[in-house]
Design a binder for this molecule. Sequence first.
Ligand code: WTA
Length: 650
Amino acid sequence: MMRFLFVIIVILSTAIYGENPYVASPNAYKDFWEESIKNPEKFWDEQAKMIPWMAPYQTVWEKPESTNDAFVGKWFVKGKLNAASVCVDRFVPKHGQETALIWVCEEDSRSRIYTYKDLSIAVNQAANLLKAQDVKKGDRVGIWMPMVPELLITQLACAKIGAVAVVCFSGFSACNAEERFTDVQCKVLVTADGGRRRGKVFPLRPELSSAFLQSDFLKKVITCNNCSLAFSITTKDVPWNIGSMNEICDPEPMDSEDPLFLLYTSGSTGKPKGIVHTTGGYVVYALTTMKYVWGIQGLLFPHKEEREVWFSTADIGWIAGHSYITYAPLALGCVVLMYDGVVTYPTPERFFSLIDQYKVSHLYTSPTLLRQLASCGDTIPSKFTFDSLRVLGSVGEPILPETWQWYYEKMGKGRCPIVDTYWQTETGGYLISPIAGVTNLRPGSCCFPFLTINPKILRENGEEASTGEKGFLCIAAPWPGMMRGVYKDQNKFLTTYLEKFPGFYYTGDEAYKDADGYIWIVGRADDVIKVCGHRLGTAEIEAAISTFPGVVESAVIAVPDAIKGNDIVAFIVAKESLSPTDIKQHIHHMFGPIGVPKDIVFVPDLPKTRSGKIVRRILRNLYLGEQIGDTSALANPEIMEHLLEISRPV
Ligand code: WTA
């Protein structure tokens, strides 16, 4: 009888949770995690065996002599590797004919498939094209492209020759992109004439300003012809013509600590920061997190006859696309489905049909897309079986239990675990996440820390918060995939992440732990906002608004939105009467469409503290019609009378 019951339980649990080839049970994971916290170097030494090192590393982790701060240490010291070889070339001898990339586009007829061999050749040719423009190890290469295969190929081509890839999201405006590329002084920019979204073409290369094109640091602009858009050709222009380039390119042996890429991200104040990620630590971390969290089997491991197909709806312009479209899935030898355009265009059915058509086994998306799909009703998803799906994932913002449930039932058909992965641009890969097929899930919680990750929830005074108490989410020990610095501003790295709670990495998020140790992310504790899962800084949008003639100052706040998670509202003090539509157009031009506020509210003044800090909380309460609360700390309490008169726009 006992044996019979045991069999039923096993069958049930496999039916519900699928299976994870790397971890046996929740208890086994707990033990594994505890062991990894005691001896992280042993764990990472083991994982680093997945990498074909060109020269072995001497120490797993080295604390720098000059500082006591563990978070600025080095990983896999003196090891040499090449990330492009790790992601592509290593599979060519045995598995060259296996699919690496399925690129699908809004216009289906343009879709393309690359085997690992095809990809290896394309990367080598692109690397040789960069070399022909005199790009050398350590040079920065700007990349501003839509989700075409050439974007991923350029990232890997940079890795192949040791150049530092700096991708800027193609949804940002040219002004925004130019600012980042100027900050890194990129020697070459790789772009496309344009991209496609919702059946329409948007320009990229034609938008670049002549001032930027004339910059001394910029030697060449390589443009991939994607939409046949016209633009005026300068002496710096070079066509993306990789077909004629040599198919062989020797990989540059990179030191583990050499930068692999820089990615700009928004902070609380000022301009976006260039987050520096290294080659060895980052690649090992991205690979290891993906392997365990998803239990995915690529060519790197004994795999099933039917390949597992990885589909992330992220854009490579953000960290989610860097780590879990380009580097980790390819390093594992997965089939990567990459989508160019809007997955719900022309209708949500498009997204659902992609899963069945390409037999997607692992699906990674954002709560924003899920809310949008759920709002369309259940008739369409019920037409699909989603037989191929094994594991579902969510990223970028908190997922509400009702959205989680919809995902679990309507897409996972009640049989696929959901991994709610919590992490950041700065962390390189997952910090807190369920382990698919292992963790007993709680909808809305990202559950437990990843191996070697030791999160603590702290009060303002640095004491640990008690169970259920909201506090600041910090990490007590370093991990290989964490950022190594802020480009050209190491002090910013220290002050933003390491000083608030000495001895900890501070995430900028608030969270709490329940009685069973599950972690629940509350949201940002600073002025970073998440709109459709995209990370934006209020200061950057305010900077764009401030350049509109007649604007005195502005304050941007996030307000809840049923689909987007948050939406933007701008409060503006103006010298004269201004047109909201013109201001919105200006933000679109200066920042990009994702920064355009849904509402603009003109106010005579902004509520400020005595030290001049804008009290956004008051604006938010006012806008949402909530209790204003204490205003005694304001330097200009008299403005409350005027502000209260402003009725909330609908
Ligand atoms: C938020 C995205 C709740 C969080 C990978 C973090 C999340 C910020 C989750 C980083 C999640 C990310 N649940 N919140 N699963 N994942 N966040 O740098 O506020 O674009 O600090 O990286 O997104 O955003 P970033």
